[in-house]
Design a protein around this ligand. Structure first.
Ligand SMILES: *Cc1c(COP(=O)(O)O)cnc(C)c1O
Length: 430
C-alpha cells in the first residue's frame, strides 16, 4: 500500500488524534529583554488614545452571506445599506456556480506568482474580458486594487516626471505615489483651477500623469473627467482613473467614468477592483495602453512578488463580465433604486450631497449625532455607518448610504421610513 493512502485512512479513522499532536510548550516565563514590555505599554497607550478620541473601529460580525438582507451577530436580521455590493452580485447564484465549477476543474489555489507558474487560461480570459468591458487594449490582474495602485507608478515614472494627484484620492494611490520617485503635485478635490495651476508648475518635467478616483467614496461625486481630459490635452499630460467605485455603477451601462464622459479608450491607465460591484470577492486590475500593461508585467512589484488570484475567482469574474455583456438589467435597477432613494429622502427633508454614483451621503454635520443616528437605525433594522472627522472634513459628519441593485422597493422604503422616524425623533427633520 502507498504511504499516502495509509496516512489518509489513519486520519479518517482517528481525527481526534490530530488534536493530540504535541505542540511545543508556551513559556510564560518573562524574557530577559524588557523591550516588548515597553513596546506593549506604548501600544496600549496609543490604543487608549484612539478609543478616547472615539475613533476605535469595532468590527460588526455578519453570520450570513453578504446581501441586501443579512444577519449580524449582534442585532439579528438587518437590511444592509453599507456594502459596496452595488450590483448585488456578492451572493449571485451564477457566480457561485461558475466558482464551484472552477473549484472542481482547476483546484483551489495557484501557489505561485503569475510569471512562474501562476497563470491559467482563466486569468488570461479574465484580463481580456476586463479590457473588453472598458474598451482598453490590455489588462494586468493583481490580488487587489490596493496592489494595482501600489504597483503602477514606480515602474513607469522616475524623478524626471510628475504625478498630479487629487487631494481626496484613495489611500492606495497615495501609497503608490509614495513608492515612486516622481515629483508630486496635489490639487484640491475636483478643483480644475487648482489642477491647471499644478499642471503649469509641472511643465518642466519630462512626463506628466494626472491621477484621480472615478467616484470619491465619501461624497459620491464623480471626477470631472471631461475637464481633466481637456486640461491634459492643453498641458500635455496623461491621465489615470481609479474606477473602483465607478465601474459597474457610473455611465448608462455601468462602464464607468469613461462611459459617462464619452472617453472610452482615451484614458491611458484605469485601475479597478473585483471587490466591489464586480462580485465583491477579491482581485484588482490595471487596464489601458498596451505598452503600459507590458511594462507593468515586467516591473510591477505587487504583480511579480505576490500570489495570483484563485481560479474560482477568475472564473466567477469571467461569468460576471459575460452577464455584463448580455444585459444591463442590474445597472438599470441600481440607477432607478438610487434615484428613488435620493428623491424620497429629499422629500422627507434630508440633506443629501449631490451624487452621480450609488453613494448617498446623508449630511448630519455633527459627529456625535452621526453615531447616534447609525445606532438608532440599526435598532430599526437598517445597517449603515456614520462617518466623521478625520474620515470626512470637520463639521461634515454624515451617514453614508450605499444603494444596491439587490435592494427591493420594500427594502428601500423600510430604510427611508426608518430614517424619517429617527430623523424626527432627533430633530433632524420636521
Ligand atoms: C476600494 C478601493 C480600492 C481598493 O480595492 P481592493 O481591491 O479592495 O484593494 C482602491 N481604490 C479605490 C478608489 C477604492 O475605492
Amino acid at each position: 500500500m502507498k504511504p499516502a493512502t495509509i496516512n489518509h485512512e489513519f486520519q479518517q479513522k482517528d481525527n481526534n488524534r490530530r488534536l493530540a499532536v504535541k505542540q511545543p510548550p508556551i513559556t510564560t516565563k518573562k524574557r530577559a529583554s524588557s523591550m516588548y514590555q515597553n513596546f506593549k505599554i506604548h501600544l496600549e497607550n496609543q490604543l487608549s488614545e484612539i478609543k478616547e478620541a472615539g475613533l476605535y473601529k469595532n468590527e460588526r460580525v455578519i453570520t450570513s452571506p453578504q446581501g441586501a438582507a443579512i444577519k449580524v451577530a449582534e442585532g439579528g436580521d438587518v437590511l444592509n445599506f453599507c456594502a459596496n455590493n452595488y450590483l448585488g452580485l456578492s451572493n449571485d447564484k451564477r457566480l457561485i456556480e461558475a466558482a464551484k465549477k472552477a473549484l472542481d476543474e482547476r483546484g483551489y489555489g495557484m501557489s505561485s506568482v503569475r510569471f512562474i507558474c501562476g497563470t491559467q487560461d482563466l486569468h488570461k480570459k479574465l484580463e481580456k474580458a476586463i479590457a473588453h468591458f472598458f474598451g482598453t487594449e490590455d489588462t494586468i490582474l493583481y490580488a487587489a486594487c490596493f496592489d494595482a495602485n501600489g504597483g503602477v507608478f514606480e515602474p513607469l515614472l522616475t524623478s524626471e516626471d510628475a504625478i498630479i494627484s487629487d487631494a481626496l484620492n484613495h489611500a492606495s494611490i497615495i501609497d503608490g505615489v509614495r513608492l515612486c520617485k516622481a515629483q508630486r503635485y496635489r490639487y484640491a478635490n475636483a478643483d480644475m483651477a487648482d489642477l491647471e495651476e499644478q499642471l503649469k508648475k509641472a511643465q518642466s518635467q519630462r512626463f506628466r500623469l494626472i491621477v484621480t478616483d472615478g467616484v470619491f467614496s465619501m461624497d459620491g461625486n464623480v471626477a470631472p473627467l471631461d475637464k481633466i481630459y481637456a486640461l491634459a490635452e492643453k498641458y500635455n499630460a496623461m491621465v489615470m482613473v481609479d474606477e473602483s467605485h465607478s465601474a459597474g455603477v457610473v455611465g448608462k451601462t455601468g462602464r464607468g467614468v469613461t462611459e459617462l464622459y464619452n472617453l472610452r479608450g482615451k484614458i491611458e491607465i484605469l485601475t479597478g477592483t473585483l471587490g466591489k460591484a464586480f462580485g465583491g470577492a477579491i482581485g484588482g486590475f490595471t487596464t489601458g495602453k498596451q505598452e503600459i500593461i507590458d511594462m507593468l508585467r515586467q516591473r510591477s512589484r505587487p504583480y511579480l512578488f505576490s500570489n495570483s488570484i484563485p481560479p474560482m475567482v477568475a472564473a466567477a469574474g469571467i461569468e460576471m463580465f459575460n452577464i455584463m455583456d448580455t444585459t444591463n438589467e442590474l445597472q438599470e435597477s441600481l440607477h432607478s433604486n438610487t434615484e428613488y432613494f435620493v428623491k424620497r429622502m429629499q422629500e422627507a427633508g434630508f440633506d443629501i450631497k449631490p451624487t452621480q454614483s450609488a453613494i448617498c451621503a446623508v449630511m448630519l454635520y455633527d459627529a456625535k449625532l452621526s453615531q447616534t443616528v447609525a445606532a438608532r437605525l440599526q435598532e430599526e433594522g437598517i445597517y449603515v455607518t456614520g462617518f466623521y472627522y478625520p474620515v470626512v472634513p470637520k463639521g461634515e459628519a454624515r451617514i453614508r448610504v450605499q444603494i444596491s441593485a439587490a435592494h427591493k422597493k420594500e427594502q428601500l422604503d423600510k430604510c427611508i421610513d426608518a430614517f424619517t422616524k429617527v430623523g424626527k425623533e432627533l430633530d433632524i427633520i420636521k
